[in-house]
Design a protein around this ligand. Structure first.
Ligand code: UDP
Length: 367
């Protein structure tokens, strides 16, 4: 092996984004791909299941760092990742998305003067109260090469002073994973396991601190979900953060019987559920994209989105945190008032191949 690329994963969406890059890099015999798991998400339903389903190898390093405040977690990841950098001496450090691991590891690499590559760069919600927005902005400032998923990313980076030569519009690696696993999720048995009928249920996920860390908001959300459930069964896989709060505030019993509460669902089964939902109600970043790609109606319960293409041309409706509006729009969709959508440019399952080719050329050039 001549070159080394060290990729960082920390949380659920990171595994999904790095997997296709790992597979695409395997076509280059002169590149060794090393994977470092920081441990941000460690529980088997949030981590192991993704490695298995996505065909990712056991990570070369696992820093086993989770929990703590943002500063504490970021600092501990930085200290541990520096050791990995010194041991592996990579030519490139590749980070994805917008979690604390993304920020921590890109900072370490930049300080060691190792080239930083950010995949899913340039997305902006313009809301600095979101921890992810800070992570995105800082990571992009110190990244040498920026791979973007949609045109807004390109525009944002140019506005922030990045040069054209550093930015590559290559498409969406999250969609690569979806496309790769389509034959598998089409065979999923999740419908009979949950006893739900395809195309006859609403799927919802919530995990953003702004939504789930407020008891008042969660209570209001629960009332809205119970109301929607009068019309259609709801499947609600609960993120660990949300579960902790629902349990802490003794809210679990307050859900109607028609709101099916589950643990986080494995990726293949989740995609199967998403692909056959009548409607998705979410505050997730990635699910806005997956629903747009699959042409599934999506209501996003956030004041902003860093993925505007899903609203501009996709099936996503951004309704803010006004739950009255959410309820009305959801009932309208269930009554057949749907938003037509199209698939964004270059969301074709081949983004990782394009990224790998560009990285290979770059490595050949700089060595
Ligand atoms: N996902 C999953 N199981 C679930 C919920 C989500 O596999 O129970 C997947 C989903 O398909 C998407 C990703 O997790 O690809 C999104 O992760 P999350 O919403 O946690 O993070 P975000 O995208 O908001 O950063």
């Amino acid at each position: 092996m001549q070159f080394k690329i060290l990729s960082v994963v920390g949380a659920r969406p990171n595994f999904i984004k790095v997997a296709p890059i790992h597979h695409a890099l395997s076509a280059y015999s002169d590149i060794e791909h090393i994977i470092c798991h920081t441990g941000q998400h460690f529980d088997s339903r949030m981590s192991d299941v993704f490695f298995n389903e996505l065909g990712l190898p056991v990570p070369d390093y696992n820093l086993e760092i989770s929990g703590g405040s943002h500063a504490d977690q970021t600092a501990r990841i930085m200290i541990a990742f520096e050791e990995v950098m010194l041991e592996t001496e990579p030519d490139i450090v590749l980070v994805v998305g917008d979690v604390n691991s993304t920020l921590a590891c890109s900072l370490v690499a930049a300080k060691l003067e190792v080239k930083v590559v950010h995949v899913e760069a340039g997305l902006r919600s313009f809301d600095r109260s979101m921890p992810e927005e800070i992570n995105r902005m800082v990571t992009d400032v110190i990244s040498d090469m920026l791979f973007v998923t949609e045109e807004s990313g390109l525009k944002n980076l140019l506005k922030e002073g990045k040069s054209k030569e550093q930015i590559f519009f290559t498409g969406n690696v999250m969609i690569d994973s979806l496309v790769r696993l389509q034959p598998k999720f089409e065979m999923s048995q999740i419908f009979s396991e949950l006893k739900v009928t395809p195309c006859e249920y609403v799927l919802c996920t919530f995990h953003r601190p702004a939504n789930v860390d407020s008891k008042e908001f969660l209570l209001e959300l629960q009332a809205v979900l119970n109301k929607i459930a009068e019309k259609n069964t709801i499947v609600f896989p609960i993120h660990p953060r949300t579960k902790f709060n629902l349990e802490n505030w003794e809210m679990i019993k307050g859900f109607s019987d028609r709101v099916l509460l589950t643990d986080p669902i494995g990726y293949i089964d989740f995609l199967a559920l998403a692909g056959k939902a009548k409607l998705i109600i979410t505050d997730s970043g990635g699910i806005q994209e997956e629903s747009t790609f699959m042409g599934i109606q999506c209501i996003t319960v956030r004041d902003n989105t860093e993925r505007p293409v899903t609203v501009d041309i996709g099936t996503n409706q951004l309704l803010g945190r006004d739950l009255q509006k959410v309820s009305e729009a959801a009932l309208a969709v269930l009554d057949g008032k749907i938003k037509k959508g199209a698939i964004p440019e270059l969301w074709d399952g081949k983004a990782a191949e394009r990224i790998a080719a560009i990285l290979h050329t770059e490595l050949l050039k700089s060595n």
